[in-house]
Design a protein around this ligand. Structure first.
Ligand code: BJ8
Length: 425
């Protein structure tokens, strides 16, 4: 990696802590990803992206800013990237997946707050995230209570927070609320960028994001084959990189990887053997560098074949109908697509259970590992009904509740190994 010290210093990062974080993540990446056997060659691109995650990509964001483009940071898949692209902006995900600065974070949020939210505060307070510091606007959303209340104090910390309201029911009034909020967000984007959204610019934005989603769907479908052509760890990494890479370059790289995997599938060249237990992971999102559960699972004689998560199919499935010829119609199509996201904040939320069932079938999973972050009420609640329903249908389920620490890694490994033995038996 080139020397980016000046850039990081200009962004106000704490250089010593930032160096320490890069070293820890680099080492973890080596142990978790680079130690895997027989990885597809196409993963080299994603390894490169990760090696430059705080370097070249941030430099690109700085260059984009110098050209007058606005950087929009997000925490949720409900923020439509299509609108950001339509004003020639750049969208980057800001969720964080490491236990860092939690003590400082607990001065702002209660101790019984999920690790994801604490990490968002921790990264800001420890001054280690160049993405947060590059943003022109950070978009929060009223999804779970944890996030909704946390944004009230996060606002004072960052100074450029914009909060979007999100419905809790998929009713006609919920749909009207989402459309009104997307219009309000579009106004804000136009105001800060100085660019007007036109039917043409929005069409282009929709096309770019649809193509990105089609590429990850293509990758997901290839994982239905046995032996699995790619590990769940690598697939998760791609789903994580989805949130901050350049969208067109990302799409091309995923498609190139899929071309390679299609050849591997013909040759029956898998990353695990055919008898390996196939697991579907479902639940809370896993932000970089949260690789704990997939690492434990895939070093316990199992392969993850799908993710029913926002860093996975929940976040990326369904496309926006791109035949609208007025802004209003285009907004309707955007709202139709986003309202299909079956986040656990919705009530009722039967779509999510149905989607898990479909994914089990489609990706030929032997069992479901439900991943819930401690104190995440929406997903922990839903996990109980999901377990009951699926077990009744003969689909084994393991419910795991954890956080970002490594303290429970041994105990989790024991439980996951026992689950794998059960489904293989
Ligand atoms: S659409 S899943 S990205 S809200 S883990 S902060 S739910 S207490 S992240 Fe999410 Fe959007 Fe929904 Fe997806 Fe709250 Fe749970 Fe924490 Fe969570």
């Amino acid at each position: 990696m080139a020397d980016y010290t000046k850039m990081w210093s200009d962004l106000g990062l704490d250089l010593a802590t930032h160096d320490a974080v890069l070293n820890i993540v680099g080492k973890a990446y080596q142990d978790v990803f680079l130690s895997q056997k027989n990885r597809p060659k196409g993963m080299e691109y994603f390894d490169f992206v990760m090696s430059e995650v705080h370097g070249l990509r941030i430099k690109e964001l700085m260059d984009a800013k110098a050209e007058g483009r606005k950087i929009i940071g997000t925490f949720c898949v409900f923020v439509p990237e299509e609108l950001v692209l339509a004003v020639n902006g750049v969208c980057v995900g800001l969720c964080a997946g490491a236990e860092l600065g939690f003590e400082a974070a607990e001065q702002y949020v209660p101790r019984n707050t999920c690790s994801l939210i604490k990490s968002v505060f921790g990264f800001k307070l420890a001054k280690v995230c160049p993405y947060i510091e590059s943003t022109d606007l950070i978009v929060g959303e009223n999804t779970c209570d944890g996030k909704k209340k946390a944004y009230e104090s996060y606002k004072d910390l960052v100074g450029n927070l914009y909060v979007m309201d999100i419905p809790q029911m998929k009713s006609p009034s919920g749909k009207a609320l989402l459309k009104a909020e997307y219009k309000r967000f579009a106004d804000k984007l136009e105001e800060i960028s100085g660019n007007k959204i036109t039917p043409e610019s929005l069409k282009k934005g929709i096309e770019i994001v649809n193509n990105k989603r089609k590429a990850v769907k293509r990758l997901a479908m290839l994982r239905a084959t046995n032996p699995a052509p790619i590990s769940g760890l690598d697939a998760l990494l791609i789903n994580q990189i989805y949130f901050y890479d350049d969208p067109i370059r990302f799409t091309n790289s995923v498609n190139a990887l899929c071309d390679e995997l299609e050849i591997r599938i013909k040759e029956k060249n898998g990353v695990f053997n055919e008898n390996t237990a196939r697991i579907l992971v479902s639940g809370c999102p896993m932000a970089v560098p949260n690789w704990k559960i997939p690492f434990i699972t895939e070093t316990s004689n199992a392969v993850i074949v799908g993710e029913e998560m926002c860093t996975g199919e929940r976040g990326t499935r369904n496309f926006v109908e791109n035949t609208g010829n007025s802004i209003d119609q285009q907004f309707d199509y955007i709202v139709d697509r986003y309202l299909k996201v079956d986040c656990a904040i919705f009530t009722p939320n039967e779509d999510r259970l149905n989607h898990i069932r479909e994914m089990v079938k489609e990706y030929k999973a032997d069992g479901v590992l439900h991943y819930g972050l401690q104190f995440c009420q929406p997903y922990l609640h839903e996990s109980m009904g999901i377990e009951k329903s699926l077990e009744k249908e003969g689909i084994p389920v393991l419910r795991v509740e954890t956080d970002y620490s490594q303290e429970d890694a041994g105990q989790l490994k024991t439980r996951i190994e026992a689950f794998i033995e059960r489904i293989k038996g």
